[in-house]
Write a protein that binds this ligand. Structure first.
Ligand code: HEM
Length: 385
């Protein structure tokens, strides 16, 4: 049978609503991990765990839930006593099932964006109020951080759909359909920016900086764990993995590929590495968008007109989203770090220092984020060019 071109799979396999796990997760809202962490009891408990067998997990959704739970326990185990005493060895009762379920899912054995956000939500009541499934220290701010990011992923759903419609429109040479797809993409990007603003309503910058961030940190590019982490019973050599970051969300990767944005080598290398922290089907979606007939070439070929204007408006909206994200990062990291430095030694909210000028993904934050925004602006096509 004639094989379909790669982009065709987009239309058949990605009749999607968003990257979020779509149906309601099991009723397992569980403050247990959080309370173990807060009571600093996780080291003892983890030693006593029975060896869990992942073969008992039924299907993909249970595997994703297991990855979330084991990921959260692992972060707690490593960082429970703060950055000065991270654990260098993950006990086999955690390491073996975590690596097993990670292999089954094609994910690395560390808490990733698809765990903390995409899997970690449920509806508290029939009205649809959201709740997290697994909690980490940080109380209401942790909850707000996760759930606002869930809402951002939801706001991105029409944009992701628009990519599929845009590719179809290019293939069918339908200018009207392409224009519609671009307009829908711009509206979705603007909605993401508005939704991101809710971070300020629900997340306290000092709590984020001092209490939450460390539990998202990894053991790669992190001076607090230069020797990585040994997964006992799996490997005698240490392994290195980056911490959880929304840079692992597939949304902006897919938008960038569709719009033909080219990042500088250093930023592109980091972003490409983050794709290995996404569920393989999400990574494949981004690759499918990349290999689809190119939007940018089509817009350039059409010349000045409504499609070019709509294309540029998408880029402007995306650059604005990235500008706004930088202001969020400045408030939650840069300003919070300065405040933390000026606090007295005895203060309970004494934050970790190792990642002071780095993101949880390990980047030198501001220069990276600015370069990514610049590349977005550089892609704007001057109508007379
Ligand atoms: C308190 C809130 C947030 C903070 C402090 C924050 C911080 C950061 C940092 C430090 C980076 C650099 C990569 C790293 O080292 O981790 C980053 C990248 C990124 N963040 Fe956020 N972030 C926040 C919320 C969000 C949300 C809600 C989203 C939406 C899904 C998001 C999307 C991204 C993306 C896509 C990147 C990669 C750079 C890009 O493509 O523009 N962030 N973030």
């Amino acid at each position: 049978m004639h094989e379909l071109p790669r982009w065709r799979h987009l239309v058949f396999h990605w009749n999607l609503t968003s990257f979020l796990i779509s149906k309601r997760s099991p009723k397992s809202q569980d403050p247990y991990v959080c309370s173990l962490l807060c009571s600093c009891n996780l080291w003892n408990i983890s030693q006593q765990l029975p060896l869990l067998d992942c073969r008992f997990l039924e299907g993909y959704r249970e595997q994703r839930l297991a990855h979330l739970v084991l990921g959260a326990i692992t972060m707690g185990y490593v960082w429970q006593e703060g950055e000065t005493q991270p654990r260098g060895v993950l006990p086999r009762t955690l390491a073996i099932p975590f690596v097993e379920v990670s292999r089954a899912l094609g994910l690395p054995p560390i808490l990733v964006h698809s765990d903390l956000v995409l899997t970690n939500w449920t509806k508290r009541n029939p009205k649809g109020n959201l709740e997290t499934i697994i909690s980490l220290p940080g109380g209401k701010s942790l909850r707000g951080f996760v759930l606002v990011t869930v809402l951002v992923e939801k706001a991105a759903a029409p944009g992701v759909k628009a990519l599929v419609q845009g590719v179809e429109a290019i293939v069918q040479s339908s200018q009207d359909a392409l224009l519609q797809a671009l307009q829908q993409l711009r509206l979705s990007i603007q909605d993401i920016t508005r939704t991101l603003g809710q971070m300020h309503d629900y997340v306290d910058p000092d709590i984020f900086y001092a209490a939450i961030r460390i539990f998202l940190s990894g053991w790669k590019d992190n001076p607090a764990m230069p020797t990585g982490l040994i997964y006992e019973g799996v490997s005698t050599e240490p392994l290195w993995y980056s911490g959880g970051s929304a840079a692992q969300s597939s949304v902006l990767h897919a938008f960038d590929e569709f719009l033909g944005i080219r990042h500088c080598k250093e930023s592109a290398d980091f972003l490409h590495r983050m794709r290995d922290y996404m569920p393989p089907s999400h990574k494949a979606f981004i690759e499918d968008i990349r290999s689809a007939p190119a939007l940018r070439g089509r817009v350039l070929a059409c010349g000045p007109g409504p499609c070019l204007t709509a294309y540029n408006q998408c880029l402007q909206a995306l650059a604005e989203l990235r500008r706004y994200h930088i202001t969020v990062v400045a408030r939650y990291l840069v300003t919070a770090a300065a405040r933390a430095r000026s606090r007295s030694q005895g203060d309970l909210l004494r934050p970790p220092k190792a990642l002071e000028d780095r993101g949880t993904g390990g980047t030198p934050v501001l220069s990276f984020l600015k370069s990514v925004r610049e590349a977005t602006l550089d892609a704007i096509i001057c109508p007379r060019a």
